[in-house]
Design a protein around this ligand. Structure first.
Ligand SMILES: Cc1cc2nc3c(=O)[nH]c(=O)nc-3n(C[C@H](O)[C@H](O)[C@H](O)COP(=O)(O)O)c2cc1C
Ligand code: SF4
Length: 508
């Protein structure tokens, strides 16, 4: 009997380890030989811990499991109260286009043979057969844009590093994942770490980089452990190290742990942190692509951008470009969170509407109350009301509506949400997380909190001041932390003005 129990941090937080132990104990008690395999998460977080039993028809899912549910697995699994049918037939799973997350939850994340058997290393082999310019061309033609937030074309960034004269060159993976409601980077690193290593190695071949770093937030101990183990296995197997699978170029990879500041996800601040300095934002230019880590040409890419690369190289740029709409090509791993019935990771082509994501896929709120607002793109993303539900999930369309796709985290709020409180929280978050380098952000965020407190206290004069302050932060901040904090504030004000109406006016 082969049973899969996820070792993903979300599943473990819901008791996966205790469930695994209960399965071992129950099997021993019954004298049944059981092979327990620990996989990544399938991304259906409301079902975690999601246990799967291998059957000739496919893997049967059971969840959310508790140790008390385990005995039933050995009796009549088909009629088990937690039986969900075949995992890949569950509507949430079946509707996805899983390219980047194709293997996540499917295999033992540290089994390199299983990785290869499921299509792993095909992209790297394809890259090894091309010259660097051809690899860059392929990534550019795919239309892949940075999944870390800014949506910058990945091919253009790589081309800049390829043509830079200085050496050595570096590949830095941004795995700081500080956005609220985001967990795709973590899930990928825990569930399919070789995919990220392969993507980084292809980036190294494409640009001539010989050293790489994965910068992971300290709050992700499981991902850190998993990535370290995977790097060791890949090095021993000769995938990376002094030679990339027999190629004259080598690529050494190191895992670095951040100390936990939101701003260290900003690429220049991250580079300072990697160099052992305080995580303060650097002015651009120079671009990190020309003067990045230690002043050398550096690719800084998000986990999801790099993890999309092996699929593109294995299947061709056109196949990736065929998915999506407009200038938003390929798939986007949505992270559906907050007050939602079916929270989890849903990878799909760009173009799906916000309403489809929240209502059809997410199933509406967990509380059963109407949806009031959805914050998209992390703490700097706008609050979208239900009237925005027709908006297609694409970079340009969200920007046109005063929002951003960001890292594609969505946090759903129900009718009970306090929009003034959430706007205040945005300013407070910025005040706490500001690196302090520029005045509009450092001082503006503190003044923003004070101004919103005045609004809450019924001060009529505070509202125009708030809008003025937001414009100053938008236009005058050095980086997007100060520059985008006005988005949640102004969107809350625009869509829910009644909640910002001074109390005496509301009473009139
Ligand atoms: C305050 C702030 C926080 C950020 N946090 C992250 C993060 O956690 N992860 C990430 O990949 N990008 C983050 N970014 C974006 C990075 O600066 C950068 O655009 C990204 O790593 C580039 O990779 P990409 O092109 O693959 O998206 C952040 C930006 C800002 C301004
Ligand atoms: S906007 Fe804020 S975080 Fe960004 S550089 Fe200025 S002070 Fe630092």
């Amino acid at each position: 009997m082969k049973i899969w129990v996820p070792m993903d941090a979300a599943a473990r937080a819901c008791g996966a380890d205790a469930v695994a132990a209960a399965i071992v104990a129950e099997a021993e008690r019954r004298g049944i030989a059981v092979q327990i395999l620990r996989n990544g998460s399938r991304g259906m977080l409301w079902l975690e811990p999601l246990v799967e039993i291998e059957t000739p028809a496919g893997r049967m899912a059971f969840g959310p499991m508790t140790p008390a549910d385990v005995a039933g697995l050995f009796e009549a699994p088909e009629t088990h109260p937690k039986a969900q049918g075949l995992t890949e037939e569950i509507a949430f799973f079946k509707r996805q286009t899983r390219l980047t997350f194709a293997r996540c939850g499917l295999i033992d994340p540290l089994d390199l043979d299983a990785y290869e058997a499921q299509g792993g290393l095909a992209g790297l082999r394809a890259a090894l057969a091309c010259d660097p310019e051809a690899v860059v061309d392929e990534i550019a033609a795919s239309g892949l844009r940075g999944r870390g937030g800014a949506g910058f074309p990945t091919g253009i960034k790589w081309r800049t590093v390829l043509h830079a004269k200085a050496t050595p060159k570096y590949i830095v993976c941004n795995a700081d994942e500080g956005d609220s409601g985001s967990f795709a980077d973590r899930m990928l690193m825990e569930g399919d770490p070789f995919c990220l290593i392969e993507g980084m190695t292809i980036a190294a071949l494409a640009t001539g980089a010989t050293r790489g770093f994965v910068y992971i937030r300290s709050e992700y101990p499981d991902a850190i452990r998993q990535m370290r183990a995977a790097v060791e296995i890949a090095t021993l197997a000769g995938v990376i190290g002094p030679s990339i699978m027999g190629h004259p170029q080598g690529f050494d990879l190191e895992i670095r742990v951040g100390a936990g500041a939101y701003v260290c996800g900003e690429e220049t601040s991250l580079l300072n942190s990697l160099e052992g300095k305080r995580g303060v934002v650097r002015a651009k230019p120079p671009l990190p692509a020309l003067e990045g880590f230690m002043g050398r040409p550096t690719v800084v890419n998000n986990v999801l951008s790099l993890a999309a690369v092996p699929w593109i190289m294995a299947h061709g740029a056109q196949a990736y470009h065929d998915i999506g709409v407009g200038r938003s090509r390929g798939t986007i791993p949505l992270q559906i969170a907050g007050n939602v019935r079916f929270g989890g990771l849903f990878e799909t082509g760009f173009g799906i509407t916000l309403g489809e994501i929240v209502t059809e896929i997410g199933g509406g709120t967990a509380s059963g109350r109407p949806v009031k607002a959805v914050q998209v793109g992390g703490p700097l993303g706008a609050y979208h009301p239900v009237s925005d539900f027709g908006l297609p999930f694409c970079y340009e369309e969200f920007a046109g509506q005063g929002g951003l796709v960001g890292h594609a985290g969505l946090v759903v709020h129900d009718a009970g949400a306090d929009m003034l409180g959430l706007a205040r929280f945005a300013m407070e978050f910025c005040a706490v997380e500001s690196c302090g380098k520029c005045t509009p952000c450092r001082i503006g965020a503190v003044r923003g909190v004070e101004t919103l407190d005045r609004v809450a206290a019924g001060d009529r004069a505070a509202l125009p001041l708030l809008e003025d302050l937001c414009n100053t932060m938008k236009l005058g901040s050095l980086c997007a932390l100060g520059g985008f904090t006005p988005y949640p504030v102004l969107s809350a004000l625009r869509h829910f003005p009644e909640e910002f109406t001074p109390v005496q006016e509301a009473a009139e």
